[in-house]
Design a protein around this ligand. Sequence first.
Ligand SMILES: C[S@@+](CC[C@H](N)C(=O)[O-])C[C@H]1O[C@@H](n2cnc3c(N)ncnc32)[C@H](O)[C@@H]1O
Length: 198
Amino acid sequence: MRAFVVRARAAPVDSQQFLAGIGQSAHTEILAHTLMNTIFVAQSHRDDVVVYLVLESTNDFSRTICFRSSELGHIGGFHEQNLTNKIAKALTASKGMDKEQLREVEAGITVRTVSFEKLVQELAEEYQLYMLEKKGTPVRDIEFAVNPCFLLTDHIPMPKKSFNSLKRLGTQHINLGPKMLFASQCVVLIHNELDMRL
Ligand SMILES: C[S@@+](CC[C@H](N)C(=O)[O-])C[C@H]1O[C@@H](n2cnc3c(N)ncnc32)[C@H](O)[C@@H]1O
């Protein structure tokens, strides 16, 4: 299984604010673009992918929306509006949830009030964590674990204090080349790198 976690520090957990953030300083469209490129390929979708979107602009709890590609029903297309609406639907479903609760949204989509830190602690039990980072080891020198989990951010960098906890979880750092890329571009390169090694 390939897992991807996008830590969206600027993304509001209120569905209306989330939608209003498209093309604005919150750049919530990043989540739709990354979701598209992690799950979909031409005329099909990958069936071995789990994507966690962690939205952190909140007055109560972060919202972690999970998409399991193998369980998704017909989700109505991969265009940005459809994907942002799926995210907004999950946020609406999460209204009023207490800490660390989970709700089913629709087939293959759940929402949890769980923080990034807690999520990666859980994932580290099942996956080898890889943080996408300009200062990391060149991707072609990395020997990937069977179950890799890739950690990315939106346009706001990972806070320094997360580096220590990620280090304790054995996180490796990966560089994808000299250009600073969008998260949605990183996931394409990662998939390709893994596909080429199959
Ligand atoms: C637009 S970048 C984030 C930019 C952010 N201002 C920063 O300085 O980290 C989105 C995500 O892609 C990752 N990323 C972008 N280019 C990369 C590269 N060449 N190698 C590895 N990760 C990269 C970043 O680490 C981040 O997780």
